[in-house]
Ligand binder design. Structure first.
Ligand SMILES: [Zn+2]
Ligand SMILES: [Zn+2]
Length: 490
């Protein structure tokens, strides 16, 4: 075997198995795409001695591994800086113009795509390109009978500073949507506001009179009408577990029982025969990340396919299905990850590494500082007297990571990745304002050590506990994977 573990012609079966184990482990760290991290790892690997790796293999805790890796000077040559798809007013305006052309030609689908590109690329703090792109998209959505999405775009356009002299147009469109939805009281308010907004429109006399007349008819048509009742709330399609929910594992069927053994860890066993087609486990992932190539077509928060993407205020690399998803993501993980997404993509690290980071960014530093004292407590197996809590971080933290079976090199690789992700968090001001002028190898603070060692722990356990999420199609086939996630099953 050579230094990297590649078996030669005379290698034994055992050597071959070791090599294959390493290869399988590596794919949990690197994506199939080329990236700089693999080369960086090889460079660092060439600079550390076998003696260093042997000693590294004897370290007993993730904290020691992290600190030892941080002390390797060459690792700090990697420059971590924000790198993301930025906004562009020029691109946004160009797409909006193209959208206008498609809309005039009644190519609504094409106009929607172009206006959406204009929305996603528009800067939020400069000029009116965002407000205009949203307002134009609301027009095409109205023509596509997407009234709820149209109303959202109108709200967003107004929030983005839609010009007062054009306000009557979007208020009129708001009223028309509400009319279509049977919301006569709201429509009446919108048409009335549109009529008031005509005062600042600057329209010539003829157009002004025409608009006044039109709005007056609409206002009259809403008066005295009763709003249609709220539509029935859409049914949530939660799966029905076979024989009901387990008293030990709330997201598993009571037809299953939890066993454990030294060799196989935790596993589920059927109590008796189970008919085909029954649902045995239905659990939301504890954490999940969207595949890179779906970021333009799916909401990064809930993974629904995008119709009228709601943009991130800072980057153009992701989008959301609604202001709600946007706000939830911005309040948690995306505020830290936003400006480093292209760096992470370019690094070539695997989706599992994103997941290791996401578990940190979705909670934030105060969360981990608060539960720090519980990390050293022994794992508690779910039982009849201690029902599993699927949302408890410690249930995730104590998943099987097979530390005892890892080679020193595997540990070193994962520790290197942990330091890279830690550097990303430092630069994202996750630990407070990062000093760009300071040395990159500055001694880690207590908070940084805590988070760094947790990332290292995640990188180990996610290797065996991450699952791809597939979207099923009605014909029974499976569409290609749309989302990779970690599903927290035991
Ligand atoms: Zn969403
Ligand atoms: Zn962003």
């Amino acid at each position: 075997m050579d230094r990297c573990g590649r078996p030669g012609e005379s290698s034994s079966e055992e050597d071959l198995e070791l090599y294959l184990t390493k290869l399988c482990s590596d794919v949990t760290l690197y994506s199939p795409k080329e990236g700089f991290f693999n080369h960086y790892m090889e460079q660092i690997d060439a600079q550390v001695s076998q003696d260093f790796l042997d000693k590294f293999g004897q370290l007993k805790s993730d904290e020691d591994r992290l600190l030892k890796t941080w002390g390797v000077k060459p690792i700090h040559t990697l420059k971590v800086q924000s790198f993301y798809r930025q906004k562009s007013r020029e691109v946004s305006e160009c797409r909006r113009e193209e959208g206008n052309k498609a809309f005039q030609e009644k190519k609504n689908g094409q106009a929607l795509v172009l206006y959406s590109q204009a929305v996603v690329r528009a800067p939020h703090d400069e000029g009116k390109s965002l407000a205009l792109a949203l307002a134009n998209r609301s027009a095409v959505l109205y023509h596509m009978d997407e009234y709820h999405l149209c109303l959202t775009d109108i709200d967003l356009a107004i929030q983005a500073g839609y010009p007062p002299n054009l306000m009557y147009k979007v208020l009129d469109r708001r009223g028309q949507c509400q009319l279509q939805l049977g919301q006569y009281n709201s429509a009446l308010l919108a048409f009335t506001a549109a009529a008031h907004a005509l005062a600042t429109s600057g329209l010539d006399k003829k157009k002004l009179e025409s608009w006044k007349k039109d709005l007056s008819i609409k206002i009259h048509s809403c008066q005295g009408k009763t709003d249609a009742g709220d539509p029935a709330p859409s049914k949530t399609t939660s799966a029905i577990l076979f024989q009901g929910s387990s008293k030990v594992l709330p997201n598993a069927s009571s037809a299953l029982t939890l066993n454990t053994s030294k060799d196989e860890g935790r596993y589920l066993v059927a109590r008796g025969p189970i008919p085909a087609g029954q649902v045995l486990i239905a659990e939301r992932p504890y954490s999940a990340v969207l595949m890179d190539d779906k970021c333009g077509s799916h909401c990064i928060h809930c993974y629904h396919r995008l119709v009228a993407p709601v943009p991130c205020p800072w980057c153009s690399g992701v989008a959301f299905c609604s202001p709600r998803c946007r706000d939830l993501a911005l309040a948690t993980y995306h505020r830290w990850e936003c400006k480093f997404l292209d760096l992470l993509k370019g690094s070539g690290v695997s989706l599992n590494c994103y997941l290791a980071l996401r578990v940190i960014t979705q909670h934030g530093l105060p969360y981990f500082k608060k539960l720090q004292h519980r990390l050293n407590q022994p794992a508690i197996m779910p039982s009849a007297s201690c029902r599993q809590n699927p949302n408890d971080y410690l249930s995730f933290y104590h998943l099987v990571a097979l530390e005892e079976s890892r080679s020193p090199r595997d540990f070193f690789q994962r520790s290197l990745l942990a330091t890279f992700l830690l550097k990303v968090l430092q630069r994202a001001n996750f630990f407070g304002k990062w000093d760009d002028e300071g040395p990159p190898d500055k001694a880690l603070t207590e908070d940084e050590v805590l988070v760094g060692r947790l990332i290292l722990r995640h990188l180990q356990l996610i290797q065996f506990n991450a699952h791809e999420i597939l979207r099923g199609r009605q014909d029974g086939d499976c569409e290609s994977s749309t989302i990779a996630s970690w599903g927290r099953g035991s």
